[in-house]
Ligand binder design. Structure first.
Ligand code: ADE
Length: 250
C-alpha cells in the first residue's frame, strides 16, 4: 500500500503487463505475481479514513496475509533528516484525544495507544534498505540531486516510533508540539496508525517504512512536492523491488 502514485509508481510499472485490476469502492487493486508470490498493490489516497477503508478491503475481499505500507513522511526527531528512511517499530495517532473519557492517544475501548509492527518483516525491510544504500544509492542519485534532496551523504536507516494524523504538518510550532508530547516520535505521516489499528484487530502482521521528504516545517509543502516528483519514483520503489525479491527467496 501507498497513498500516492509516485510513491510506488516504478513497482506498478514493472508489473503492468502481468496485473489484473479489480476496482472496489473507487480503489484500483492491482493483483500481481512476482517470483511465484501473489501481491495486491493499491493506492489508498491520503489520510487515516482512506487508509483504513483500503486495508479493510485488502483483508476482507482479497484475503491478504500481511500488509506493507510505504511512502513519504515529515521528520520530527532532530536526527531524522531529509532522505533518511524510517522503519516503524510501532505507530500511534498523535491527533487522537478522547480525554478525559480515555487517556490521550489511546484508541477508545481498545485501550491501546501503540501498535507494534512485525519484527520479521522489519528485519527484511532493514536488509533491503541497507543493501540498496550500500550498492545502488550512489549511482541512482548522482550529481546535484544528491545535495539538493539528501541532507546526508548516505541516508540513515532509523527504526522506532511513527506518529500518524489527519494533518499535513508544516509549521515548526506543530512539529515542536508533537516532539515535546511524544519525544520518541521519529516522523509523521497520515496513514500508518490507521492501517495498524485495522491489522491489529484482524491479527494480520503489518509493517511500515517511510522516506523523509521534509522536516514538517514551513518549507514542508515545497520540499514534499519536489521530493515526491523528483526522488520518490526512483527511491522507494527500488527498495521495494529488493524487498520483494528477498521475500521470494526466503
Ligand atoms: N508526509 C510527508 N511529509 C509530511 C508532513 N510534513 N506531514 C504529514 N505527512 C507527511
Amino acid at each position: 500500500m501507498a497513498a500516492l502514485e509516485q510513491e510506488i509508481a516504478a513497482i506498478l510499472k514493472s508489473m503492468e503487463h502481468q496485473v489484473t485490476i479489480r476496482t472496489v469502492a473507487d480503489r484500483r487493486y492491482h493483483l500481481a505475481e512476482r517470483n511465484g508470490q501473489q501481491y495486491v498493490i493499491v493506492l489508498s489516497r491520503i489520510g487515516k479514513v482512506a487508509a483504513a477503508a483500503t486495508v479493510t478491503t485488502l483483508i476482507n475481499v482479497f484475503g491478504v496475509q500481511s500488509v506493507l505500507f510505504t511512502g513519504l513522511a515529515g521528520g520530527i526527531h532532530a536526527d531524522v533528516k531529509v532522505g533518511d528512511i524510517v522503519i516503524a517499530r510501532s505507530v500511534y495517532q498523535y491527533d487522537l484525544d478522547a480525554s478525559p473519557l480515555f487517556p490521550k492517544y489511546s484508541v477508545p475501548l481498545l485501550n491501546k495507544t501503540f501498535f507494534d509492527t512485525d519484527e520479521a518483516l522489519n528485519d527484511k525491510i532493514a536488509k533491503a534498505c541497507n543493501d540498496y544504500l550500500a550498492q545502488d544509492f550512489a549511482t541512482a542519485f548522482e550529481g546535484n540531486k544528491r545535495p539538493r534532496f539528501f541532507q546526508r551523504d548516505i541516508p540513515k536507516v532509523h527504526q522506532g516510533l511513527i506518529g500518524s494524523g489527519d494533518v499535513f504538518v508544516n509549521a515548526l510550532e506543530k512539529q515542536n508540539q508533537i516532539a515535546e508530547q511524544m519525544p520518541s516520535t521519529l516522523c509523521v505521516e497520515m496513514e500508518g496508525a490507521a492501517v495498524a489499528q485495522v491489522c491489529y484487530e484482524y491479527a494480520i502482521p503489518f509493517a511500515i517504512f517511510r522516506i523523509i521528504s521534509d522536516r514538517a516545517d514551513s518549507k514542508a509543502e515545497l520540499d514534499f512536492n519536489e521530493f515526491l516528483n523528483e526522488i520518490s519514483p526512483h527511491y522507494g520503489s527500488a527498495i521495494l523491488t529488493r524487498l520483494l525479491d528477498q521475500l521470494a527467496s526466503s
